[in-house]
Design a binder for this molecule. Structure first.
Ligand code: ADP
Ligand code: MG
Ligand code: ZN
Length: 490
């Protein structure tokens, strides 16, 4: 599509996220939320009359789940409601919902009216996204369509505490939508509210999108996109919808308000349900549960318990540690990586050097293991080990090239970098005599390059340095090589 067509319109996106809360037991009964450590999850084993919705049972509110939603609300600068928050029944019929209704919050959510500051690296900007609400509800069972016209259902997930977080329609691009999802994931992990793992289904995301003529103050017709399995899918699906909407408006076609599903392989969305078929949930107050009245003291205690949030960390890294906004962004995009960084700095490394190694080599190695979901807290080499290696580099006892090789080995084995340097004979050659001899050999081997350099072809200096490093298998002290080579050439 022509660029002019696209810039005539503004994109509007709002996001709905469902996150499973990190509790041991379910929302309204004592059933465990996960199989015992190391055990396999046999379908329909973590169930009881309450989460199976049998008649005559009464739900009991999980205090920990209430706390985690309040904690999330506080982290998102929300108002926490302390005045009689009612649970309500959201009625609809589906085989994954044994009671015929889901217990949720509707008219008055536990927390509302907040904001999240999101750093959008690809746009070089920070945006503030309004949070409409974060409320508490329960998860449904898991359906599996087995083909041949029948389906099976597993109630282990039924009644697991779930939080829904809804944004205002404040996002203005697919990249912002993705950055919001990633930022929210890190926040939920930082406060321990949820594992927030899209692949494992503990975080699920829906994107609502519309476009409007640039400058317009009313919203266009919105489409809700479901079935998004990753943040990348979210970004792609939003971009696909924006193109589709603009193309329709350009030829004067009206859009329909509907729910669509993202087909990852085909890279497009398909209609699932139009507005006319939308459910009427007939919400009404849950008569079996008392209204929630969190005390001010409880809210204050939770506020005190909030750990340093990713955005605060970013500010501390730039303002107190002097890191670039880029480095601060990379490090705080992943709680485990930021914790690792803090530990390396605590071990005595300067923040700048620690940031270089962690956002550079360490992140590169982590990326190679991304498929296994390896995070910094599970890397064999602990922060004091990396601090030891950086110390060796700064003391000139190992070249930075060889230090990278040492890091790759220690990353896998957890061995002390000093021990690896010793064993593999990777220690730096910083003896001026030995380096001088290698330089003489290089000058003798490349006389024409030497002559050209002396005639003013400055770039050849780097070539000659490279040759010296090659002859010493990367062990020569680079600073010394530079000095010695210059002394002999000039
Ligand atoms: P629904 O009742 O269809 O669920 P809501 O008003 O609850 O709609 O909004 C759901 C989500 O859609 C929210 O994140 C909201 O910000 C977003 N949204 C609402 N209107 C629009 C719009 N015109 N374009 C994009 N997103 C929108
Ligand atoms: Mg909605
Ligand atoms: Zn149960």
């Amino acid at each position: 599509m022509a660029v002019e067509a696209r810039t005539k319109y503004e994109t509007v996106i709002g996001i709905e996220v469902h996150a499973q809360l990190r509790t041991d037991s379910k929302m309204f009964c004592g059933c465990p939320t996960a199989p015992p450590d190391g055990g396999t999850d046999e379908p329909n084993t973590r169930v009881c009359p309450i989460c199976l919705g049998l008649p005559g049972t009464l739900p009991v509110i999980n205090r920990r789940a209430v706390e985690l939603v309040m904690l999330t609300g506080l982290a998102l600068n929300c108002h926490v409601e302390t005045d009689a928050v009612r649970f309500e029944r959201k009625n609809y019929f589906y085989p994954d919902l044994p009671k015929g209704y889901q217990i949720s919050q509707y008219a008055l959510p536990l927390t509302s009216n907040g904001r999240l500051v999101v750093n959008v690296p690809s746009e070089g900007a920070e945006v503030t996204i309004g949070i409409t609400r974060a409320h508490l509800e329960e998860d449904t069972a898991r359906m599996q369509h087995a083909g041949r016209g029948y389906s099976v259902v597993d109630f282990n997930r039924a009644g697991v505490p779930l939080m829904e977080i809804v944004t205002e329609p404040d996002l203005r691009s697919p990249a912002q939508a993705r950055a919001y999802g990633e930022t929210l994931r890190e926040l939920l992990r930082a406060i321990g509210a949820s594992n927030a793992d899209m692949e494992a289904g503990s975080m699920r995301i829906e994107g609502n999108v519309s476009v409007r003529p640039a400058g317009s103050t009313t919203f266009g017709t919105k489409v809700e996109v479901k079935n998004l399995n990753s943040f990348r899918s979210l970004e792609r699906a939003m971009a696909y919808e924006v193109e589709r909407h603009v193309a329709a408006l350009e030829v004067g076609e009206a859009l329909t308000q509907e729910t669509r599903g993202w087909d990852e392989e085909a890279g497009r969305t398909i209609v699932q349900r139009s507005k006319e078929e939308a459910n009427d949930y007939r919400y009404f107050p849950e008569p079996d549960l008392p209204p929630l009245r969190p005390s001010d003291a409880w809210v204050a205690e939770l506020r005190d318990r909030l750990p340093e949030l990713p955005a605060q960390r970013r500010t501390r890294y730039t303002d107190e540690l002097g890191l670039s906004p880029y480095d601060a962004g990379v490090l705080t995009a992943d709680v485990a990586l930021a914790d690792y960084f803090d530990a390396v700095v605590a071990a005595g490394v300067t923040p700048k050097a620690a940031a270089n190694w962690i956002s550079g080599e360490l992140s590169r190695l982590l990326n190679q293991h991304a498929a296994e979901g390896l995070r910094a807290d599970a890397v064999a080499l602990r922060p004091d080990g990396l601090a030891e290696l950086i110390g060796e580099v700064e003391a000139g006892r190992v070249s930075s090239i060889n230090a990278k090789a040492v890091l790759a080995t220690a990353f896998e084995s957890g061995e002390s970098p000093r021990a690896i340097i010793e064993r593999e004979g990777l220690g730096a050659v910083s003896d001026a005599g030995a380096i001088g001899a290698e330089i003489e050999a290089v000058l003798a081997e490349f006389p024409s390059q030497v002559a050209e350099y002396r005639d003013g072809k400055q770039q050849l200096f780097g070539f000659l340095v490279g040759q010296v490093m090659k002859r010493t298998a990367g062990r020569a002290d680079a600073k010394l090589v530079n000095e010695e080579l210059r002394r002999r050439l000039d």
